[in-house]
Design a protein around this ligand. Structure first.
Ligand code: NAP
Length: 273
């Protein structure tokens, strides 16, 4: 079975987990093998250390909540980050950081670490890792559960222009200068750097690097979840006339959508890949 992962703390609930397999039924399952190898000691299954580790592919609020819930329930979990954020949140379960090396690398990881199941709780726009997870789990024969947040939907008061991707969002901004809240994270900001007519507001988890592609943008360094009152204040202070966002769904980043609705601000909504 699996040993505990380093850093795993033993909780009262861990010690108290109910057994789902009785010793008697395990013994009967092992009996045929015994008759072929009478002198080789059979591995004894410790009551709890046989619970296989769940790999959570993270980088989202939901993945962190899931890690918290698993820690509280006493189930061994390993949380994986891509490594995009300089200072990830402290977690109650062990964490590993960085890519696996494609689907093949992930499959090897699953086998080497004897992962029992994978939960893909990545962001809806992180399409590559989700594809890799499907392939890797197939290759390694490990069950996969993909957690997907419901997308945001426009209400009657909303003025949304749907675009299929970042290129579509760039095209939608090809007009007169506006005060634009560019709420798309850090990765694709360079695609907007030629649109000098706009006064961008950008929110980042980490302080911008010196080579930041929108040098004239107003930058806010903050980590979600965000509150409606704060996003109303932020957008009023910036004088936001247009919001550009990915359709991430969920509640952690929804405040800006609600703020745009409240303030009557149109939205360029980047649909999911
Ligand atoms: P992506 O395009 O789907 O993945 C690119 C590569 O990054 C993957 O092939 C994989 O590298 C590595 N990777 C991604 N997620 C990983 C994880 N949880 N653990 C280990 N490696 C991972 O992903 P992305 O859009 O760059 O997003 C990266 C991370 O940021 C994800 O964890 C996602 O949940 C989070 N995030 C993304 C967005 C967004 O808008 N895209 C927003 C918020 C948070 P290898 O092929 O080498 O394994």
């Amino acid at each position: 079975g699996h040993g505990r992962l380093p850093g795993w703390s033993t909780s009262a609930r861990w010690r108290g987990l109910p057994k789902t397999t009785s010793a008697r039924s395990s013994a009967s399952l092992l009996a045929p093998a015994r008759s072929f190898r009478p002198f080789s000691p059979m591995p004894m299954i410790d009551s709890h250390s046989d619970i296989p580790t769940t790999l959570i592919l993270g980088g989202t609020t939901e993945a962190s909540r899931l890690a918290q819930a698993m820690a509280e329930a006493g189930w061994p979990a390993l949380l994986s980050y891509a490594g995009r954020v300089a200072t990830p949140r402290a977690q109650p379960v062990p964490v590993r950081v960085g890519g696996f090396g494609g689907a093949e690398g992930l499959a090897t990881f699953l086998r080497d670490k004897r992962i029992g199941q994978v939960i893909d709780a990545t962001h809806p726009f992180a399409a590559q890792i989700s594809r890799n997870a499907v392939r890797a789990c197939t290759m390694a024969d490990v069950p996969l559960c993909a957690f997907e947040r419901a997308a945001w939907t426009a209400g009657p008061q909303d003025d949304w222009t749907h675009v299929p991707d970042i290129t579509g969002a760039v095209a939608a901004l090809d007009g007169p200068g506006k005060r634009v809240f560019l709420a798309i994270g850090r990765q694709h900001l360079a695609s907007f750097s030629h649109l000098a007519q706009h006064r961008f507001l950008v929110r980042l988890v980490d302080a911008p690097a010196p080579e930041f592609p929108l040098p004239d943008a107003q930058i806010v360094v903050a980590r979600g979840p965000f509150r409606l009152e704060d996003d109303l204040d932020l957008m009023r202070a910036h004088g936001t006339e247009l919001l550009v966002t990915k359709n991430a769904g969920g509640t952690g980043a929804e405040a800006k959508i609600l703020a745009a609705r409240t303030l009557g601000i149109p939205v360029v909504m980047i649909d999911r890949p």
